[in-house]
Write a protein that binds this ligand. Structure first.
Ligand SMILES: [Zn+2]
Length: 196
């Protein structure tokens, strides 16, 4: 890793890996520690769908219709993992990561992007290479039930995601929106409500 610039989050550094810029712990963190807050301008769902670059998505969904835009600080470069060391928490419209287990200096900081996703829109192939890799990053509702429950028990599932589980997905309307050139994958199906 490149001991490059000091990130905006205290105790973090931005480095390079084969997956591009990544964020690493520059010190040990206890489980439960605050790691970093997400910055960025707020965008509506419509604006996000028009602006997002699907292969280089640096937006973060923080409410049903609110997305934080890209930044130039460490919060922008935190990668997804299907076996993450951090969880996402949203309080009063502010989004931040906390450690869901002890993190050692030098470890890459990661969270599960699915815990911030109730989009019916964007998804991507996962190359996190963890033994439990799901192969594809998709909305929270598509996670295996035991994975959803584990994140819920950790307090790492924002309220808007939980509320979204109770809403009927309206995939047809989303696909006809401004992002129609980038529809959900062909195998996208509404999650069976009985799964919850
Ligand atoms: Zn993965």
């Amino acid at each position: 890793m490149d001991e490059g610039s000091i990130a905006s989050g205290e105790g973090l550094v931005i480095g390079e890996t084969q997956r591009g810029r990544s964020v690493f712990a520059a010190k040990d963190f206890d489980a439960g520690s605050f790691i970093i807050e997400f910055g960025g301008e707020r965008f509506s769902r419509e604006e996000y769908m028009a602006l997002v670059v699907p292969d280089n998505n640096h937006f973060l969904q923080i409410d049903h219709n609110v997305f934080l835009g890209p930044t130039v600080t460490a919060d922008n470069f935190i990668n997804h993992s299907c076996d993450p060391n951090c969880g996402l928490r949203i309080d009063d419209g502010r989004a931040y990561l906390f450690a869901i287990r002890p993190i050692l200096r030098g470890e890459e900081i990661s969270f599960d992007y699915s815990t911030s996703m109730d989009e019916n829109f964007w998804e991507m192939e996962c190359r996190c290479e963890s033994p439990s890799c799901r192969g594809r990053i998709r909305d929270f509702r598509h996670l295996p039930a035991d994975t959803r429950e584990r994140y819920m028990a950790l307090g790492a599932v924002p309220g808007f995601i939980l509320a979204g589980l109770e809403r009927t997905p309206d995939i047809a309307a989303m696909a006809a929106g401004p992002g129609a050139g980038f529809p959900p994958s062909a195998d996208e199906q509404p999650a069976p409500q009985s799964a919850f």
